[in-house]
Design a binder for this molecule. Structure first.
Ligand code: MG
Length: 212
């Protein structure tokens, strides 16, 4: 796949397979573009892989540089995915386990996208993965729990591991409460206030920050 137009390959793949997720194609293309730009600097990591939609964009970009994408998710769904909540999907509810389980979907996505040589799924809460993490990262994409506490922990915690010149991408950024939850936005503001990052692009609800 390396020498071909990878963006076209992704587009074709997504037209043939309905991958569940909440990422717009324009946002996905931006993830691909930035990961392609910086992943020669080291591995990348995403929080909140869900069924692997963002994993396709980031994984394909990392594959170009023969780098690794760590795909972190507990695969139990976020608050809004639980039964009775707005974004619950009965197809993703495991009746044997009696809980959400998106891991089989991620495995399927990684397989059909042919990025198994690139993606390392990590099935655990983001905070647990952070606890002993020491590997510098070229790019981090945050799309996990959206509460203020979870957003802060993920965004501020993982931002520390981004190398100079690397990228921190945050999904579901809504500046005003009437547009959506404020957790990711407040977490982004905290990171910007540290002076270690600058906001370089906004693609719909996806914020792109670069480590200075
Ligand atoms: Mg999201």
């Amino acid at each position: 796949m390396y020498g071909w137009n990878v963006e076209e390959t992704i587009k074709k793949l997504l037209s043939e397979h309905a991958i569940k997720g909440f990422l717009d194609a324009e946002e996905g293309n931006a993830l691909f573009r930035y990961a392609k730009q910086v992943s020669h600097l080291g591995p990348a990591l995403e929080v909140g892989s869900y069924c692997g939609l963002s994993t396709i964009y980031l994984g394909n970009a990392c594959q170009i540089h023969e780098q690794t994408l760590y795909a972190v998710d507990h695969h139990r769904g976020s608050e809004e995915h639980q039964p009775g909540e707005l974004y619950h999907d009965v197809d993703l509810y495991d009746t044997n386990l009696k809980r959400m389980n998106t891991l089989p979907q991620l495995q399927k996505t990684v397989s059909i996208a042919e990025i198994e040589n690139t993606v390392v799924p990590i099935v655990a809460p983001s905070a647990l993965v952070q606890r002993n993490w020491g590997t510098p990262l070229s790019m981090v994409f945050i799309d996990g729990g959206h509460s203020e506490a979870m957003s802060m922990q993920d965004t501020v915690g993982w931002s520390e591991h981004v190398v100079a010149g690397g990228v921190l991408a945050i999904h579901d950024i809504f500046e005003h409460p009437e547009q959506g939850g404020q957790g990711p936005y407040l977490a982004m503001c905290a990171v910007l206030e540290s002076g270690k990052f600058e906001h370089i692009e906004q693609v719909q609800s996806l914020a792109i920050l670069r480590r200075v």
